[in-house]
Write a protein that binds this ligand. Structure first.
Ligand SMILES: [Zn+2]
Length: 201
């Protein structure tokens, strides 16, 4: 379904009704109506940038204490993951790595890549880029799961007397990063990818 900026139509993102673009409110569902999400590019850019900044303290500061009979040490996320691998807890280590290191940064890199693509008016593989965005919005619905999984896994290991989560700067930064990524995703408008292509035609 295409609603070019030159058209006099706007798609309601709430009920998917095609409305007249001069309307401010969708006549079907009373939601606000825009041809494109307002200030989508800038909002997505600054939210993604802020999330990237919070990714650093989330990974740098200590997030858990690992305890054994003779020693205890503070670990950041990567240190914690290594600890699990060293102690043969491969499943826990892998889940924490995916949920708290790999997936969050991949989401942010994809958002930056899509923004770059809009900025450079690239017409390269637009359908795939749309799919890429659908993928991160689907993962995004489970964003809070990142925090949940991390908490669950660490508390499970805590139960075995191995590790304790430190609710410090790392956990706070991680939560802020997840929320910023969520807002960045909801502010992104895939139609911006196609606008320059339509203008060229
Ligand atoms: Zn509507």
């Amino acid at each position: 379904m295409r609603t070019d900026l030159s058209d006099s139509k706007a798609l309601c993102l709430h009920c998917e009704h095609i409305c007249e673009a001069n309307l401010k409110i969708c006549p079907i569902c009373d939601e606000e109506l825009h041809q494109r999400k307002p200030d989508s590019f800038n909002r997505t850019f600054f939210l993604t940038l802020a999330a990237l900044i919070f990714y650093i303290p989330a990974n740098y500061f200590n997030i858990m204490k690992t305890v054994s009979l003779t020693t205890y040490e503070d670990n950041n996320i990567i240190g914690g993951i290594l600890y699990f691998f060293v102690h043969g807890e491969y499943f826990v280590g892998t889940v924490i790595f995916m949920a708290s290191v790999f997936v969050p940064i991949v989401k942010l890199i994809i958002l930056m890549f899509l923004l770059y693509s809009i900025k450079t008016s690239s017409s390269w593989r637009l359908i795939d880029k749309n799919k890429l965005f659908s993928m991160i919005s689907i993962i995004g619905r489970w964003s809070m799961l990142d925090i949940f999984v991390m908490g669950l896994m660490i508390s499970m290991v805590h139960f075995e007397g191995l590790a304790v989560v430190t609710l410090g700067w790392a956990a706070l930064s991680f939560a802020i990063m997840v929320v910023l990524t969520m807002f960045a995703t909801t502010n992104f408008d895939t139609r911006l990818l196609w606008d320059d292509l339509n203008n060229d035609n």
